[in-house]
Design a protein around this ligand. Structure first.
Ligand code: BGC
Length: 748
């Protein structure tokens, strides 16, 4: 199976969209689908996972590495490249079955036609390495200059993040050249080393007649350094139909990766040079071939759905932190610095299932990241006067809270707007518990509990317990002044989703306290000493029983999203949209167009019903779907998949289908929200990709796992005749195949 995305022709306004759509990556880094000659204005980025920096009091964000893909050509002293040069044809492609980006552009020049081709990939086996091939072909005899090196003047939203930039260059053996740059980040002074070894070849096979004459590979070479760039310039006289090709091996290491990071970088590149481009490419292709053999979701009857879903999986595979034992995934993956490269509830609620079933080690790394950032969550709870652990809404390394109290800029006044994501979106802690316990229940890898997982659950339960408000006359516990998943309605009381997730957290804490005797004696002693378990048990059991959960109305079967939601203006999405004055204005906040209406940003009650569907009659699920869907803007890419899933649980796969496609095509089609006020939020949408996977697996195939046993209940939409995929559950691997008539799970 080969999947190739192609874009013919050139439109400079699509540079940002293509950067996301044509992204390649390997979990350690992501490379936006930008052309080699692009500079920072075209949003070029080699985005690094897990390394952040802050300049002054601007938003802290992940670091983009110096761009060692930077390459262009000159003919007769004139620079040729997009967007400035005239071209006769241009094509970019992404072979997402193999993680290969390529481009081909032909330019008319005074001397004849010049065609530039390139290909690049991020090595999957060697996460610190990128390989690129760049060639220039000429129709007529002419002199060309190939310029290639490292551009340290990179795209930053709140940069520049790199200081003390030092370049070095040397010639290795014949036709082989080395360039490198060392820099340190502004805030934490982390060293970063980027090196390239490039090897130049004037291709004999294309120009057999010239074989003899070209044996010596004649060209002029010089190194040009400026403050921000170091470049090799090769000037070559090519005959008609001649071609010159540059192979680049690029290594990126930071001080966080190893203490001998420069040495390690050099060594891997020397080794790469010995292996050669072809061998490295074959290794890379083989990695992807094996990966798809294992993880492809096969859909029969609906080619478009199969392509869109596997394209989503491509993105999830591309951003998985396989190189780390404790790292999570930012909301915009490795597509740049938007959303501050921060980790949200997206990871646990939307991304985790894919990794759980296909690569449990990655799932463990995501879970471990939360365990290792517990300290940050404890600090945050304390800051607000609560007990336990309140996880960062936008989490960076060490659990650092990147979300500010003024997270959006008002488009009308240019003033910072008070937002309440940081302090009121308390459902984040429950999401952490949900992810951790789902991991434990699915894999039965109890070691994460021993490594701090128990503390995470108990501390999150403590947090909610310390927030409970007791309504004396009814003896019930409430949670006030929160923001639920629907961010357009701030500071509400008894958000159904939040209360239900808090109850879930209490229940998980109770489950763990009861099962504590199964833990190692060390862990048992540690938690007994730290917490006084029997008192906690009494508190959490009581809290779980008494926390107020809105019940479906006897007649309408509806569940109110929060206290007072029904009193809001019942208007249509169109009407709210018609009130917009500025295309980038924020719909929430005090004066937002949606704030006084029933229009919600994303699935809220529907998310809770999807998660806890077994507790409700089907009529409740359906009635709430019918009520909330027309009132949902789907202003977050997290929304559609929850509607798709719930529609499946209501037995309506055809109703689910368009929501499934919307999720699966979030990056393929583009066009999602790119602005929240004046904040750029564009990038890839891993949560939508994960949501599409969940819809296929949980919704269309009806997979469920109870006490380690799997059950499958097909619910295929009309267009899909057969669906099959592999899952790893409790250490066993199954291939599941469902058709409209039957479901088969085979142990593999
Ligand atoms: C959504 C959040 C989500 C975040 C990152 C926001 O627009 O409302 O629920 O976590 O984006 O994807």
């Amino acid at each position: 199976m080969e999947w190739i995305l192609t874009e013919n022709g050139y439109d400079s306004s699509l540079a940002a969209t293509h950067g996301n759509k044509y992204l390649i990556g390997n979990g350690y880094l992501g490379i936006r689908g930008a052309l080699e000659e692009y500079e920072k204005d075209q949003l070029v980025a080699i985005n690094l996972a897990g390394i952040y920096d802050q300049v002054g009091d601007q938003f802290r964000e992940p670091v983009n590495a110096p761009n060692a893909l930077y390459t262009f050509c000159e003919v007769a002293g004139e620079r040729i490249g997009l967007p400035n040069s005239e071209m006769v044809s241009h094509q970019i492609t992404l072979d997402f079955s193999h993680g290969l980006f390529s481009r081909k552009t032909s330019y008319p020049t005074k001397k004849g036609e010049v065609t530039v081709e390139s290909e690049r990939f991020c090595c999957m086996e060697q996460p610190h390495m990128i390989c690129m091939k760049y060639s220039i072909h000429v129709s007529e005899a002419m002199e060309v200059t190939l310029v290639s090196g490292i551009d340290a003047d990179v795209w930053d939203i709140n940069g520049p993040h790199l200081n003390k930039v030092k370049f070095a260059s040397s010639s290795k053996e014949e036709n082989t050249f080395e360039l490198s740059v060392h820099a340190v980040t502004t805030e934490k002074k982390v060293g970063l080393h980027v090196q390239e070894i490039s090897s130049l070849r004037i291709l004999e096979d294309i120009i057999p007649d010239c074989l003899e004459q070209r044996k010596k590979q004649q060209y002029n070479h010089e190194v040009v350094k400026s403050e921000q760039k170091v470049l090799n310039r090769f000037t070559i006289s090519l005959p008609a139909n001649g071609m010159v090709c540059l192979y680049k091996y690029i290594g990126i290491y930071t001080e966080k990766d190893s203490t001998s990071y420069e040495k390690d970088n050099k060594e891997q590149l020397n080794h790469a040079l010995l292996q050669g481009y072809g061998t490295l490419k074959n290794e890379h292709l083989e990695w992807w071939r094996k990966c798809w053999e294992k993880d492809m979701v096969v859909i029969e009857g609906d080619e478009a759905a199969m392509q869109a879903l596997n394209y989503s999986l491509y993105h999830l595979i591309t951003i998985a932190p396989r190189h780390s034992k404790s790292m999570s995934i930012p909301a915009r993956g490795l597509s740049g610095q938007t959303y501050k490269g921060a980790v949200f509830w997206d990871t646990e609620m939307f991304l985790l299932p894919f990794y759980l079933y296909t690569d449990p080690k990655v799932a463990r790394s995501l879970v471990k990241y939360r365990i290792d950032t517990l300290e940050g969550a404890r600090k945050k709870a304390k800051e607000y006067g609560y007990l336990g652990a309140f996880y960062a809404w936008e989490s960076q390394e060490g659990g650092h809270e990147a979300c500010s109290d003024y997270n959006v800029t008002d488009v009308f006044t240019g003033r910072p707007m008070r937002t309440f994501f940081r302090d009121k979106q308390i459902h984040i802690s429950a999401a952490v518990v949900y992810g951790l316990m789902t991991y434990v229940h699915t894999t039965r890898d109890y070691s994460v509990l021993e490594e701090g997982g128990v503390e995470v659950v108990l501390e999150c339960a403590q947090f909610y317990y310390s927030m409970l408000l007791q309504k004396v006359p009814f003896g019930q516990y409430e949670l006030h002044d929160v923001v639920g998943p629907d961010e357009y309605h701030e500071r509400v009381n008894n958000n159904f989703y939040t209360n239900r997730m808090a109850k879930y957290t209490f229940d998980m804490a109770v489950e763990l306290i009861y099962s504590a005797p199964k833990l190692s004696s060390d862990t048992q002693n540690k938690i007994a000493k730290q917490y006084g378990l029997s008192a906690l048990l009494t508190k959490f059991e009581e809290a779980s029983k008494r926390i107020f959960l809105k019940v479906p109305d006897k007649y309408t079967k509806l569940i109110e999203q929060f206290d007072g939601y029904y009193k809001l203006k019942d208007t249509s999405l169109e009407e709210v949209r018609s009130k917009i004055i500025h295309p980038k204005e924020y719909w929430g906040g005090a004066y937002g167009v949606a704030a006084d209406t029933k229009i919600i940003k994303q699935a809220d009650v529907v998310t809770a019903l999807t998660l806890f569907r077994d507790e409700y009659e089907q009529e409740v699920l359906q009635k709430n779907w019918d009520y909330y869907e027309p009132r949902t803007e789907h202003g977050s890419s997290l929304s559609a998949c929850m509607y798709a899933l719930l529609a499946c649980y209501c037995g309506n796969p055809d109703q689910a289908y368009p929501f499934f496609l919307k999720s699966a095509m979030a990056d393929l089609k583009g066009g999602g929200k790119e602005w929240a006020g004046l904040l750029y939020i564009g990038g890839t949408h891993p949560a939508a990709a994960g949501g599409a996977y969940m819809t296929a697996v949980y919704g269309f195939a009806g997979l469920s796992i109870k006490e380690g046993s799997i059950a499958v209940k097909p619910c295929l939409p009309s267009s899909i005749t057969k669906l099959s995929f592999s899952v790893q559950i409790g250490g066993k691997k199954y291939r599941i195949t469902v058709t409209k008539e039957e479901a088969v799970a085979v142990l593999i």
